[in-house]
Write a protein that binds this ligand. Structure first.
Ligand SMILES: C[S@@+](CC[C@H](N)C(=O)[O-])C[C@H]1O[C@@H](n2cnc3c(N)ncnc32)[C@H](O)[C@@H]1O
Length: 145
């Protein structure tokens, strides 16, 4: 799901290069709740977010905390027992630090008996991108020993 056709076209091409197909939607992720009400799914096993703006595209079309957190709410309401989430958040553009902080705080508030949070910051700078990963602890193989 992306607001920009250019991003969806690039995704479609990359998937095709690896012989994958997928349904792609030109929609605002703030509308995930309505999206899933219209297309009910029993549960969601995995979700990936690549936040920020499209490199080489319109930098004013950028993810923002309210819509990103609304999308996460809709997904976590349907998370399966083996749920995985990966988010790449960017901190170098205006609003990026705030969005990263709010998303990190949201993930830290998830119940600890249910989810483990992993963060990874490759460049290890205050403004570099950060990976936020969530694994469900309900799946037996992911339980700490
Ligand atoms: C870093 S780019 C990722 C592009 C592509 N999804 C990928 O992973 O290669 C961030 C994308 O978020 C999209 N975006 C910004 N606000 C959005 C929103 N509210 N809902 C859906 N997509 C949004 C932008 O159009 C931009 O393409």
């Amino acid at each position: 799901m992306d607001l920009q056709t250019a991003a969806l076209d690039a995704t479609r091409q990359r998937l095709a290069n690896h012989n994958f197909t997928a349904q792609l939607f030109p929609l605002d992720h703030a509308g995930f709740e309505d999206f899933f009400r219209e297309r009910p799914v029993p549960t969601i096993d995995a979700a990936i977010f690549n936040l920020g703006y499209l490199p080489g595209g319109d930098h004013s079309i950028v993810t923002a905390p309210d819509s990103t957190l609304a999308a996460l709410d809709a997904i976590f309401r349907r998370a399966s027992q083996r749920f995985r989430l990966g988010i790449v958040a960017y901190r170098g553009h205006p609003g990026g630090q705030e969005e990263t902080q709010q998303v990190t705080d949201y993930l830290k508030r998830l119940p600890r008996h249910r989810y483990a949070l992993t963060t990874f910051s490759g460049r290890n700078t205050e403004t570099g991108p950060i990976f936020l990963g969530i694994s469900s602890l309900l799946e037996p193989s992911t339980r700490p020993t």
